[in-house]
Design a protein around this ligand. Structure first.
Ligand code: PEP
Length: 252
């Protein structure tokens, strides 16, 4: 089997006004450029929607891809405040995150809706990063594997393959809390996700599975060396170029 190329993705969430967002993107691009094309990993930043076009232009000459943080399942229409996959593409995006737990919690999104969004993104040629993960209560009740398995099966669109889809396992209780799942728990869930993918897809071995949840420079190395961990979805630490880069360096 060909080795999976790691992906380090930054989710800026609702952070960043124009000047600091552009400066952050430029600082990450400078770090990547210092490796003169010897990068054996993919890099992605997902700024707020207001900055997508500008940051796509800032990163046009760099290897860093740009993604949205969500998209609507429809192409256009009366959906105040929403952004379609076509709009993300038009703003320079190649990727979009769908099903982030903050969307599932704050906007009541379920896996059917996540799958519809992923389908819409694929139709526009975007690669989707599909987020799945259990809450603390679900883990404490011993339901983590079942929840993750059903979110995976429910959110994966028809036509998903290793080129157009990335999975991000993000235990909800580890996001933005400083709590990180143990290496053993991450290994167990990622192996379960890999097995779930094998049931659904023909090229499942090649699909990347990221870990997300309080990934920092200090804990990234032990997580990234796990067999089925193919990179990270990074929230808070992606807002500092130094930290984001230090996490990426663990995959070099
Ligand atoms: C995230 O938002 O996807 C995330 C993992 O956040 P943090 O790294 O801050 O926990």
């Amino acid at each position: 089997m060909e080795e999976r190329r790691p992906l380090i993705a930054g989710n800026w969430k609702m952070h960043g006004l124009h000047r600091e967002g552009v400066a952050l993107a430029a600082a990450v691009a400078e770090k990547a450029a210092s490796h003169h094309g010897h990068l054996h990993l993919d890099l992605l930043v997902c700024p707020p929607a207001t900055l997508l076009r500008e940051i796509s232009e800032t990163l046009a000459e760099s290897v860093i891809a740009v993604g949205g943080q969500d998209c609507h399942a429809l192409e256009s229409g009366a959906h105040t405040g929403d952004v379609s996959a076509a709009m993300l593409k038009d703003a320079g995006c190649s990727h979009v995150i769908v099903g982030h737990s903050e969307r599932r919690a704050d906007h009541g999104e379920n896996s059917d809706q996540v799958r519809a969004k992923a389908t819409a993104a694929h139709a526009c040629g975007l690669t989707v990063v599909i987020c799945i993960g259990e809450t603390r209560e679900q883990r404490d009740r011993g339901e983590a594997m079942d929840i993750v398995g059903s979110q995976l099966a429910g959110s994966l669109p028809d036509g998903a393959n290793a080129e157009n889809t990335v999975i991000a396992y993000e235990p909800v209780w580890a996001i933005g809390t400083g709590l990180v799942a143990t290496v053993a728990d991450v290994a167990e869930v990622h192996a379960g996700v890999r097995a779930g993918l094998a049931k659904a897809l023909s090229d499942s071995d090649a699909m990347r599975i990221l870990y997300g949840g309080s990934v920092k420079p200090g804990n990234a190395a032990e997580l990234m060396e796990l067999k089925d961990v193919d990179g990270a979805l990074v929230g808070g630490a992606s807002l500092k170029a130094e930290d984001f880069w230090a996490i990426a360096e663990t995959c070099l």
